[in-house]
Design a protein around this ligand. Structure first.
Ligand SMILES: Nc1ncnc2c1ncn2[C@@H]1O[C@H](COP(=O)(O)OP(=O)(O)OP(=O)(O)O)[C@@H](O)[C@H]1O
Ligand SMILES: [Mg+2]
Length: 431
């Protein structure tokens, strides 16, 4: 048996906590050897922790499932989140070269200078991303190391969060027995983009929109570099709440109706996160409730509102420039059938759904859905950021799929054949 470096990440979503464990196969591929999801039970709202105990319990469950599958306990993790006030700003930094070669240490100096100019403390800092460099009169340089000139200028995008929000995130992960170091907190939409985009997409212009349960994250790339990031504190949970209010039923039941109505015929639904509530109404009661309104209209009205908000931000950021690769949707809401044609009308450009499945092997069935884009993308951040000598190792072997995994049991209950089939047929009649 050989020992292989192993990377682990936790995606703290508003609906589910997802722990994922992967090994690098080749330059841009991961083998997923463990994955576990657990319902956040409202411990995270709009991407922000509102109940530490619930969050810690969900992290523990997800980590336990993923660790058992990987036959490897998780220790250090990269953590993805999308909550609180996120602020991104461009900083312009210039250093004198005096006709010498640009060194790696110059880049480090530039990034440090950008952080200082933004005036943010290490506890608020999330990302310092170079957008492009200029040496003397030549602009559009993506990597200046090794080039010579008199003056090096850089445009750097600095993203910071609220130090209170970040401190609580770190604390919750640490209370679940894991280690998260400075620089290991990652903004979710950046991770989603990492999982589904190619360098070509970024060069030609593309916007990734991750519509999750409580947040919608947007990342824009133009000419191979990041142009901007936004997070809107709205997602699929708002659609469920609307439905629950209109139908006068619980949110768990509204979620059930929503997923039934917006399932893709012939496609398997993803397993429910461990511990997700499944509602109390019988199929007959749900159908009776569903008949009262057009479920589609309620859900799509909220979807339209979210997409219009994103479009306003996107138009402001791209300033009329053309995005040849259009918009790529990820997140659980991207599972809605026809979401691409719906979104194309709003964005007035091509829209597709991004699946992280092309970049992974191993437990592919469980990680290829658009809601796993951010979790898979986080593994790339771990690979790029962790110093090789610090990366945990695992004895290579096949992923353990033989263990019974708790997350699979609620699904059976929810999908109980007679009720599920009846409900589906009745709902199809009313939509
Ligand atoms: N078929 C479907 N149709 C409509 N919505 C769906 C479907 N499947 C899942 N969703 C919605 O996707 C949302 C969950 O998405 P996801 O797992 O990406 O969220 P999250 O990562 O937990 O949250 P966030 O990223 O906002 O913090 C839920 O609101 C769920 O109702
Ligand atoms: Mg998410």
């Amino acid at each position: 048996m050989t020992e292989q470096p192993i990377f682990a990440a936790i995606d703290l979503g508003s609906t589910k906590v997802c722990a994922v464990v992967g090994q690098v196969l080749e330059e841009d591929m991961f083998e997923i050897v463990g994955i576990g999801t657990a319902s956040t039970h409202h411990g995270i709202r709009n991407g922000t922790i509102v109940d530490v105990q619930q969050t810690v319990a969900a992290i523990r469950k997800a980590v336990d499932i993923a660790g058992r599958k990987a036959s490897h306990p998780l220790t250090r993790v990269v953590v993805g989140f999308a909550g609180g006030e996120i602020e991104g700003q461009d900083q312009r930094v210039m250093i004198a070269l005096k006709d010498r070669e640009v060194l790696e240490s110059d880049i480090a100096r530039i990034l440090q200078e950008a952080r200082t100019m933004m005036g943010c403390s290490s506890s608020e800092l999330l990302h310092t991303i170079p957008k492009g460099y200029r040496i003397d009169e030549q602009g559009g340089i993506l990597n200046p190391v090794g080039m010579v000139g008199a003056r090096l200028e850089a445009q750097v995008h600095v993203i910071r969060g609220s130090d209170m929000v970040l401190a609580n995130l770190k604390r919750s992960v640490e209370r679940a027995g894991l280690e998260v170091r400075d620089g290991d907190l990652v903004l979710q939409p950046l991770a989603s983009a990492r999982a589904v985009l190619t360098e070509d997409d970024k060069e030609l212009g593309v916007c990734v929109v991750d519509i999750g349960g409580g947040t919608t994250g947007m990342v824009l790339f133009q000419n191979g570099a990041l142009s901007g990031v936004r997070v809107v504190p709205l997602g699929g949970a708002a659609m469920t709440k609307d439905l629950a209010a209109v139908l006068r039923i619980s949110q768990a039941d509204a979620e059930r109706i929503k997923r039934e109505v917006f399932s893709t015929p012939g496609h398997a639904e993803p397993p429910l996160p461990e511990g997700e509530e499944i509602g109390t109404l019988s199929a007959e009661e749900l159908t009776a409730a569903g008949r009262r309104v057009q479920v589609r209209e309620v859900v799509e009205a909220r979807l339209e509102e979210i997409l219009r908000k994103v479009k306003t931000d996107l138009d402001r950021l791209r300033q009329g420039s053309f995005l040849a690769r259009g918009v790529v949707l990820t997140g659980g809401v991207a599972r809605m059938p026809n979401i691409t044609s719906f979104a194309e009308k709003i964005f007035e450009m091509p829209v597709s759904v991004g699946h992280p499945g092309d970049r992974v092997q191993g437990l592919v069935d469980q990680t290829s859905g658009p809601e796993y884009a951010s979790a898979v993308g986080l593994l790339y951040f771990a690979r790029d950021q962790w110093v090789p000598s610090d990366v945990p190792v695992r004895e290579a072997g096949p992923p353990s799929d033989s263990e019974p995994v708790a997350s699979e049991s609620p699904r059976k209950e929810r999908d109980g054949p007679p009720a599920g089939v009846r409900l589906w047929n009745w709902l199809r009649e009313i939509i």
